[in-house]
Design a binder for this molecule. Structure first.
Ligand code: G6P
Ligand code: MG
Length: 213
């Protein structure tokens, strides 16, 4: 019996990838490192420091760990400024309705995002109250495709992983959901998410009855 639904954030609830892109782009430009939207795709679901390393790879300068920490902090400050432009209108279509319907049916709801800014994003979108638990990305040692963040989220809900479904738009996330022993709904196609158990093109196509099935 379905007990909990675990949501990824970027690409599932809202599109923060564009704001991450803008913040990284400013940094890359300052450093004279090439960076574009296509390369930004590689950063989806990848944590902050690993993202920075992927960007620095395209430059020829070496940075100390301390320098990298400063660069990551600088990007995050800029990203947080950009988050101030987020409003409830940035929720992807159908998300609020889905969250409310799940709640009405007594299904518990958690967020399983790699972003340490996840709680801020939910606040800006005005949906904090609709989540029963937000997994702490800062407390997670192993990134997706490891199962850890999804297992944390299920535990936070007090629902056994086998009674949870995860919703993801990235293949690494789908793999993480499966490693956690859960069914995975993919926002995407068979091509982009070959391992997902069920595909939809938008969260607007989901409802509690479909997820139970
Ligand atoms: C999500 C995004 C990534 C981002 C990561 C960490 O997974 O898809 O692009 O790097 O979160 O975000 P943070 O807000 O902690 O820097
Ligand atoms: Mg995502």
């Amino acid at each position: 019996v379905l007990g909990g639904v675990l949501f990824d954030l970027d690409g599932v609830i809202t599109d923060t990838a564009e704001l991450h892109y803008q913040a990284w782009k400013e940094l890359a430009d300052e450093l004279g490192i090439p960076f574009d939207r296509e390369y930004n795709e590689k950063l989806k679901g990848v944590d902050r420091m690993a993202s920075l390393k992927l960007i620095l790879q395209n430059g020829d300068r070496k940075f100390s760990l301390e320098d990298m920490q400063r660069l990551a902090d600088r990007k995050n400050e800029r990203y947080r400024e950009l988050l101030l432009t987020l409003t409830p209108e940035a929720l992807l279509p159908g998300v609020r309705k889905l969250l409310k319907a799940l709640r009405r049916d007594g299904i518990r709801i958690a967020l399983a995002s790699a972003s340490r800014n996840a709680a801020t994003v939910l606040d800006r979108l005005g949906v904090t109250d609709l989540f029963d638990f937000v997994a702490d990305a800062g407390a997670v040692a192993l990134q997706k495709p490891d199962a850890e963040i999804f297992l944390n989220a299920a535990e936070g809900l007090g629902v056994h992983p086998l009674r949870c479904i995860g919703i993801e738009d990235a293949e690494a996330g789908v793999v993480a959901i499966h490693r956690a022993g859960m069914q995975a709904v993919g926002i995407g196609t068979e091509e982009t998410l070959p391992d997902a158990d069920h595909h939809v093109s938008s969260p607007a196509e989901l409802n509690p009855a479909l997820l139970r099935e």
